[in-house]
Design a protein around this ligand. Sequence first.
Ligand code: FAD
Ligand code: NDP
Length: 462
Amino acid sequence: MAEFDVDLFVIGGGSGGVRAARIAAGYGARVMIAEEYRMGGTCVIRGCVPKKLFVIGSHFRHELEDAAGFGWTVPPATFDWPTLIANKDKEIARLEAAYTTNVEKSGAQIVKSRAVIEDKHTVRLLENDRKITAKYILIATGGAPNHGASIPGIEHVISSNEAFHLKKLPKRIVIQGGGYIALEFAGIFAGFGSDVTVIYRGDNILRGFDEDVRAHVRSEMEKQGITILTGCTVVKVDRHGEEFTTHLSNGSSIASDQVMFAIGRHPAVANLGLENAGVAINPRNGGIAVDHFSKSSVDSIYAIGDVTHRHNLTPVAIREGHAFADTVFGKREVQVDHSYIPTAVFSQPEVGTVGLTETEARAQYGHVDIYKTTFRPIKATMSGRDTRVLMKLVVDGSTDRVLGCHIVGDGAAEVTQVVAIAVKMKATKADFDATIALHPTAAEELVTMRTPTARHVRQAAE
Ligand code: FAD
Ligand code: NDP
């Protein structure tokens, strides 16, 4: 008789857990995967996918407005929120079913239950109080929205989870946060016609992104009529029937029909039974502490994806899940290289970025050249839209290596995915220059910027 019920028990049927389960099963492992909510996890059910569908939907506002300059007469357009939600729900249900089928086809067994750890080799399924022993346990429980300090009225505040299921489009919405989710939803709601106010505690949105990107995105969003209030926080929310009053730390208040917080996410480590097995938490970020192979402090327990709070992005969780399965069941040790991960903020306009910001490069390299341009995209010349694209390359002046690429404008994410290959391959600025432009595109600017717009050479004494 086998020593354990299964070779691998995966807790969490999201991006990372599903990939690990499928690949491990493909190597012949006996795999069980528990999901307490819906197969597909955050990305598919209430993250990347429905968000992108909302972004696409809301962007039609700009398309319809821009069409006039090209001769189109567009009858007054109306938008129906319930239709959007129903069609989105249909697509998400289809994807959930596809995830389920693919896992089952791989040979892994799905159990619809919350799972908690009993000891180093045992999990308990809360649904039926059944215990399963496993040679290895993989924790892939993801994360959940932060609610912040327990201010008066916090119960009236929604997170992105609820934003996907609102009964109606709010005429006015206040969104606290200046990161990915806040800005993506600010663009979504504004596109669909809501009056949007963003509240951010610092001096400018998108902390951690290149300074030029931060300034550019802010000014472009403000040009579209989105109000961005910085240097303040929400201290209280009052409800009066269907309306809310949001009180700010600067003494002012805002009336709205919905209040949303997008102030970060925390790793889902609570009530998982980690202490029963002695799984250590990383004191720096509150996620499960892991080594380069995603192994926790316990030899038989691994953790991947958002629950480790490394880079909370879907492709990273997937890559970590795959590397885990290769290492533990595929007889080849694979470490995930977390350098030069491209990322996009699907704000409107979109941000695409890979590599170092100018600030990071100047801290790490003695000679940094900056190539930067802002220009009016060709479409705007006829649509009349007041908008500009930003493109910026950060280059190591000593080796000519392109260290970073930062784009704000339509299609930024698509362009960045491809530029990331070159940057990851250590392409030099000369390689970019040797590439013939593809005309007429916005991206051609990346290979035609000849002269540095700034040069930073650190003096020996610095
Ligand atoms: P998850 O996908 O969160 O999966 C964890 C699963 O575990 C969940 O299904 C949960 O129900 C289940 N679970 C938790 N505890 C238990 C338990 N004890 N027992 C059983 N099941 C359990 N990333 C991008 O790369 N691009 C984007 O555009 C993007 N957009 C996003 C938009 C939003 C609004 C949000 C919230 C996130 C977005 N992300 C995006 C981040 C991305 O969704 C996550 O990085 C990714 O889903 C992490 O995958 P994971 O497998 O670690 O966890
Ligand atoms: P982010 O970390 O991107 O942004 C959080 C924002 O909330 C920051 O502006 C932060 O300010 C602010 N904040 C944090 N705590 C407080 C507080 N207590 N009071 C007021 N403001 C606060 O998190 P998100 O929630 O936007 O998204 C979570 C993660 O999900 C992202 O980091 C990303 O990894 C992933 N994601 C990825 C997407 C993509 O790839 N397109 C899209 C959506 C999510 P400060 O900067 O000052 O700390």
